[in-house]
Design a protein around this ligand. Sequence first.
Ligand code: F6P
Length: 353
Amino acid sequence: MKKRIGILTSGGDCPGLNCVIRAAVSHAIRTYDWEVVGIPYATQGLLERKTVPLSIHGWDLRGIDPLLNIGGTILGTINKGDTLAHTDEILASYKALGLDALIAIGGDGSLNIIHQLAVLGNWNLVAIPKTIDHDVAFTERSIGFDTAVNTIVDAINRLIFTAASHDRVMIIEVMGRSAGHLALYSGIAGGADVILIPEVCYTIQGICNHLTELRDRWQKKFAIIVVAEGISVCSEDADNPSTCTTTKCGQGQYIAEQIANCSNHLIDTRVSVLGHIQRGGIPSALDRLTATMFGKVAVDLIAQNQYNQMLAWQNDKVVTFPIQDVIDHNPSLVNPHGDLVQTARSLGIYIGE
Ligand code: F6P
């Protein structure tokens, strides 16, 4: 039977989404001779019953295929929306649009919403994980994370020279919501001196002692501090360091002010908030590869009538998990006792208690 499948991107955008679309469309048309339509702006497109045709002739006049190397999503996306107020209309859209299956590319929040709709509406759903936060459970890769890590490392590479020239402490605040993966990966890869993540409690005194030791013992007069946006303000009580209390906005600025106080304003700090630069740019080779594999396997799952599954990357293979199990385990956070944290410590990086 010739199928008509829909594909949508939901939640925050990231590099690599178009590579999934490209692979899924190409495989569905070439191998199975199906029709593929894009649904713009995720649930908003469903609500409005809009589709855009997708073909393998996505290249431009010179034969260049733009989907491979443009960031963001050609379908548009939303990370908010009043789904609950329009549930019945959205549920009816699947049938009204004549869909036989739906591929949803999203992060933990948006996949949760689409999954609930799919269960209520009896849709044939296959989910693909994307997020620069890397906080979707069970998958060793999520689309967008590798590119974002590379972007942050590039920023650190640049900051190191100006930091060293002025003997300054440069604080770079990165995204990640409640997970510290982005900060930890990029901090280690970029050669940071301090990495602060939500999963591990730090003390301001601990940071200041570390900066002093860098200068006095190792003659390093500048430092790079990577701060995850989700860190809390942790207890300075040495006997009870694991109590984290208030969550602040502007975590990088907060850390800078605390270092100034702690050092009697002797340590000169500057703060860079990387913001949405981390979500931009062209996808890395690894994100392209992962996206291509996910797009291809999603179509194969539909051919086998296997639904309500999320694709995941484990041990160099694409595997599947029931979406409900993934949702029940989200978000996936940094293991404070894991190898990466231990490695960071053994390199002399201050990462907290
Ligand atoms: O979930 C991805 C993410 O980029 C987070 O790291 C960040 O906190 C959030 O989205 C930013 O969302 P928005 O694009 O709505 O500002």
